[in-house]
Design a protein around this ligand. Sequence first.
Ligand code: SF4
Length: 446
Amino acid sequence: MKVMVITPRLGRFTPRTVKFNAHTSYLCSFLASKGLDVIVRDCNWKGSDTILALNEAAALNVDGVVIVCNNTLVYGKRLKRIVDTCSELRQGRKVSTIWLTGYMATSFASEIIEYSPEAAGICDADGIRWIPNGMDQGRKIGELIVQHSLFNDDHPGITGLDMSIEFEPEDRLSLLSSRSCNSKCSFCAYNNGQGVRWKPRSMSAVIRDIEFGLNLFGDRVITFSDNDFLGNRRIAEERIEEFCKGIKGLGVPINYSINTRAECLTPAALRRMSETGLTNITVGLESLHQKTLSNVYHKKVNYRHLLTILDEADRLGITILLSYILWQPFLTVEQLRFEVEQLIRIGRWRVPQLLVNSFVKVVPSTPMERQLEEKGILTYGLFQRGWHFINKDVERIYEDLNQWHINQKRDELENAISNRDTSSLTDVLATRKIEELAFLVDRLNI
Ligand code: SF4
């Protein structure tokens, strides 16, 4: 049985990521270990287009397509385009079996079914949520996706992958060491009943993946793409020790990056991981304002501890980036000013995205959605949610910032994107970030 697994394209501003999607690689490896002939199209990694990949699947006469929707950017128009194309392909009998999987597919499951009941089946590790008419033959693929749990003894990790993946020299191997997250932020899909509890994979399985990756693809940088590599501080120490011993046992130096929360880290942990090649950490911070964190995002952050961690990481040459959400519906002008001041203090460069894009994206059935609905500021769109600012002055500043971006040299950005020239795009975006911050500083009289 021939199956194409597709990771959808996430944005025009990313010409080509060097990271082959981890969720996709584990799923492909598992399906291959069950005897399926797997073709993979990670559209971000190869810089291709989701719809082209779907049409290619039809031309190749595959028995089934699986679309991995494990990113909040598979939202709104982007998700609609995917669902529309799936519907066309199934109705035209070009592909008889299409499965949508991943937390964005399941978060919007009822809307997808209502909008286009024939488009695709929806399933995840929790089970089959929906199987449309005429997809009985493809049920086996759905059942395998449900069986695909990284915690099952028979899961091969990434060892079912082969050279057909065609890594290029600068590509990174992306791995998973755990699932879910111990912080339950109000806007996160992990807080709409999908995430269950944080659970680590066994370190021996993780080390086996690294060893396999090194043997098959040669020396490379490893990215751990799970949300919370360490889980909590109590477990972290043991986990780091086991990991570092495993890496040492391989006898090959590696460089790696992780995602985690500041609470899980200590200066000693940073020093230990730095010895084994840790170069980058993405920390889920979300806000620099205590009230926003506790009342809006339902998240605890100890700033004193965060600053200690940042200092130690800087000293060790480890880069810490912060995931951060500036614009949220309850923001006041004073809070906005405070956020921008703190951001400058902590280092604007630590937040990768443009601030204009740093706003709350509401996922269905989360506490954030309920909170906004109760306040009467939630708006509904197809496969998306919108909201209004409570404070009209903040809304004006946000709109002005948006307009400022529109008025900036669009050509420069468009050219850099269409030329797929990563270095010029990086320069254009970096300049835009500096100027954008200056705009806010000026507007807020900082
Ligand atoms: S820290 Fe990140 S992954 Fe964890 S709950 Fe918050 S938003 Fe979700």
